[in-house]
Design a protein around this ligand. Structure first.
Ligand SMILES: Cc1ncc(C[n+]2csc(CCOP(=O)(O)OP(=O)(O)O)c2C)c(N)n1
Ligand code: SF4
Length: 348
């Protein structure tokens, strides 16, 4: 049976929504809601922030405390919320124009400060709400209402800007590459720091039709021709690549100083407790219990993860489970787990 519990996170009473039929924003809203639901994120532990635009309307349909900011200011509000309430997950939903043009300066400086904020950018490569003007990510040569002979300037390469300085998490995906899209949403939400997902999406009415596409599906096929998925975690993504680029901060080693080694408490193999799947399922973080997960035969204690702190400690769906298969399908979570202490072994 299809799990439709993500709908609890949407204000269904406000439907039908405002977007045109075939618009990619619906897919972004639905899949972000599914990703939040899967990770146990809801109105008690998460705040949503949007800017202005068709994309900026997503926050209004979500069953969360959501802030609809002036045009371009979503990241300033998100940063303020995170500063005042570090226990909250803060998620920004907005468009390429809002985040990359009028909000571009905030994007630069928020990414530099690296707060734990996740941004989902519905990148339809146009200003949709205001009638289809060329925006910062409009590809060169695209005919728009403000560039009837084709956009003169090359687009802003969000990926290049956001991966220029470590640490960073930048993912590019499309509304058409559904499995990849879902994996990016999940990885971005799990990342501790500033994560940005550039979701190539369609504005069929005010971008697609002007370029000769008759349906949203024709635009999806065009996304499939323009982009291809690259596996694993990269340092950077080429302009035609869909994937995840992630890098930790470079460690500064002063001249003459010995690099500091991370101290890991040594646990002897014979001291490790052996857990069955059944026993593991009880160590799920509920009622003050620790948060254990299984991975490749070992049990890791994730209780100290900042994701699971605060008075409203989340009951995360990953706790108490053997995640080996899930993480093999989406290997980006591995480095998240390996830094936590090994506290046991999984009985086969
Ligand atoms: C200060 C200010 N300048 C301009 C506008 C007009 N305006 C509203 S939405 C928008 C563009 C939004 O584009 P994007 O973020 O790509 O969203 P989309 O509508 O394509 O989803 C503009 C220029 C505004 N509302 N406020
Ligand atoms: S104008 Fe474009 S972006 Fe706005 S709702 Fe319609 S299709 Fe979507």
């Amino acid at each position: 049976m299809i799990d439709r519990s993500y709908k609890e996170l949407l204000k269904m009473r406000r439907f039908p929504h405002t977007w045109c039929p075939g618009c990619g924003i619906g897919a972004v809203l639905k899949n972000v809601a599914m990703g939040l639901k899967e990770l146990g994120l809801d109105y008690q532990n998460t705040a949503i922030v949007s800017g202005i635009g068709c994309s900026g309307r997503m926050g209004g349909y979500m069953n969360f405390d959501a802030v609809h900011t002036p045009h371009g200011r979503a990241l300033t509000a998100a940063g303020a919320i995170k500063t005042a309430r570090p226990d909250l997950k803060v998620v920004v939903l907005s468009g390429d124009g809002d985040l990359g043009a009028i909000g571009g300066n905030h994007l630069l400086h928020t990414s530099r400060r690296n707060p734990d904020i996740t941004v989902f950018c519905n990148d339809n490569e146009i200003y949709g709400l205001t009638g289809g003007q060329a925006g910062p990510t409009t590809p060169k040569g695209t005919k728009t209402i403000t560039s009837p002979r084709g956009e003169m300037y090359p687009p802003l390469r969000l990926g290049k800007i956001l991966t220029a300085q470590t640490p960073y998490f930048f993912a590019r995906t499309t509304v058409y590459h559904l499995n990849h899209f879902k994996a990016c949403i999940r990885e971005a939400l799990l990342y501790q720091g500033f994560s940005f997902v550039d979701i190539i999406s369609d504005c069929i009415e005010l971008n697609g039709r002007r370029q000769g596409f008759k349906t949203a599906h024709q635009m999806f096929k065009w996304f499939d021709e323009r982009f291809h998925v690259v596996e694993g975690v990269r340092d950077h993504l080429e302009d035609d690549e869909l994937g995840i680029a992630k890098k930790e901060a470079e460690v500064e080693v002063k001249a003459g100083a010995k690099p500091e080694m991370e101290e890991k408490p040594e646990i002897l193999e014979e001291d490790l407790k052996h857990y069955t799947i059944e026993e593991l399922s009880h160590v799920d973080g509920s009622e003050g219990r620790p948060i254990f997960i299984g991975y490749k035969g070992k049990i890791y204690d994730l209780s100290s993860s900042p994701l699971f702190q605060g008075e409203k400690r989340m009951r995360c769906h990953i706790a108490g489970k053997n995640l080996t298969k899930d993480m093999e399908a989406a290997p980006h979570g591995e480095d998240l787990v390996l830094k936590f202490p090994v506290v046991g072994r999984l009985k086969e």
